[in-house]
Design a protein around this ligand. Sequence first.
Ligand code: ATP
Length: 279
Amino acid sequence: MAKNTYETNPYAVELHHISKIYKLKKKDGQKSNDNESFYALRDISIKVEKGDVVGVLGTNGSGKSTLSVILAGISDIDGGEMNVSGEQALISINTGLNQQLTGLENINVKGALMGLSKKRIQEITEDVIEFAELGDFLYQPVKKYSSGMKSRLGFSISLALDPDIFIVDEALSVGDKGFAQKCMNRMKKLRDEQGKTIFFISHALPQVREFCKTGMWIEGGKLIEFGEINEVCDHYSEYVDKLNAMSDKEKKKMLNEKFEQRIIHNYKEGFLSKLFTKK
Ligand SMILES: Nc1ncnc2c1ncn2[C@@H]1O[C@H](COP(=O)(O)OP(=O)(O)OP(=O)(O)O)[C@@H](O)[C@H]1O
């Protein structure tokens, strides 16, 4: 369903009514024919111009990571249409590294999977060695890495692969301050000197305001606002302040209501594709 178009298209990413559905585990006593599923994302449409830097906001469980794997082409959508112009790379805490392989082997596997030449893989390896600053840990299996070290490796590999579209999902939150700053400086260069398209998923609002041009706020799997970054951040902050002012009882009630609204009873495979996908 995801198309990759390289022609002179002003948009890096176009989402037309996309939805993502997860199956819910059966509750005790639930009948086997009561097929319940859950909207992780529902009917989201946006157009992101090439070179835009989009800050993705939303409270826990709102659907940001689900969106990141969809944008990266790792996860399929269940309805709607997605057009992507260019190569994408996801940088996240779960970086998709093979835990059994060493850091160096991971670079080789990634390069080989992408069909790169030996020479290109060698260049990428040198870039990763320089940027990640992992020293001899590169010869150790990734399962022996700390989460910050995995983030260093994942970030460095994605940078070296030089994609057109970066999707950065909370990746800086586990790195130490020095490395996070180094990554931020590099991302600013990608934005200002190379005109890369970046999706930046983060709960760090001051950083989002400073770095991004456009804001995308999702809540309960739905798109609430897509627009100028400071406006979207202001509205999102007001919402978070209101949530914080609620009593525990009110919060619980609201969370349960949000959850209920996302449930699809008697879900039938493929019904969304029929509803939303343009023929
Ligand atoms: N593989 C899965 N199977 C079932 N449900 C899932 C799966 N992955 C995510 N979900 C659910 O989908 C919803 C969206 O999750 P997602 O991880 O995208 O949220 P998020 O906005 O990234 O949250 P956070 O800020 O906590 O990282 C959540 O309710 C989550 O429980």
